[in-house]
Design a protein around this ligand. Structure first.
Ligand code: GDP
Ligand code: FE
Ligand code: FE
Ligand code: FE
Length: 186
């Protein structure tokens, strides 16, 4: 699917602000893909659709998680986690993208997973460092992203976990597993 078509499709599914975020993720993902040798067209499409399901009603997402046999523990954790796997499902079903690598990059863009592919890492990181983001510590991750993809990824996940813990929010086990897998490899 061409970029213009894909953008027109996603623009209808999300808010203006989220669309601006999506454009930032797209540009950042393309740049990271070029730097680290990921498939640039797949990075572009995965970025464009990564937040496709962000504004779906919770009831619809819950139903999809149950009916499509997605991990049940998702239902116990923050509903913010749901749009990633549900997005992968809806992008295939409604948009017609069937490339597994693209769909997995969407599926794991919030929690990550053990043994992430290069494309998954690119999308996870692009989502975190796109120019519109202003988390504390994001500039450090932006700099790391120019040098070492895995170091940047560890830092972004570590920041996210610390941020959630500060707010006494539960941490989804996959998020911890992602973090552990990355630091234990180093
Ligand atoms: P966005 O969709 O572009 O805003 O970004 P993400 O999809 O990466 O994250 C969505 C939200 O999920 C953010 O507010 C994160 O802080 C939150 N989040 C990410 N991982 C976890 C987790 O393990 N547990 C919980 N409770 N929230 C998480
Ligand atoms: Fe997201
Ligand atoms: Fe993210
Ligand atoms: Fe996002």
């Amino acid at each position: 699917m061409e970029r213009e078509k894909a953008l027109a499709v996603v623009e209808k599914a999300i808010t203006k602000q989220r669309y601006q975020h999506t454009l930032g993720v797209m540009e950042t993902a393309i740049s990271l893909a070029k730097r680290y040798g990921a498939d640039v067209k797949k990075a572009e499409l995965a970025a464009i659709f990564h937040d496709y399901a962000k504004f779906r009603p919770k009831d619809e997402m819950r139903k999809i998680i149950i009916e499509q046999n997605m991990p049940k523990d998702l239902l116990e954790y923050n509903t913010e986690l749901w749009h990633a796997p549900v997005g992968a499902y809806l992008v295939e079903k409604e948009v017609g993208i069937s490339d597994k690598e693209i769909l997995d990059a969407i599926r794991y863009h919030t929690s990550g997973r053990e043994n992430m592919t290069l494309l998954e890492k690119v999308i996870y990181l692009a989502d975190y460092i796109e120019p519109g983001r202003s988390f504390p510590g994001v500039d450090e991750v932006r700099e790391l992203a120019q040098k070492d993809l895995n170091e940047a990824l560890v830092q972004s996940i570590s920041n996210t976990i610390a941020f959630l813990m500060k707010k006494k929010q539960p941490i989804y086990p996959e998020t911890f597993k992602t973090y552990n897998a990355l630091v234990m490899k180093n």
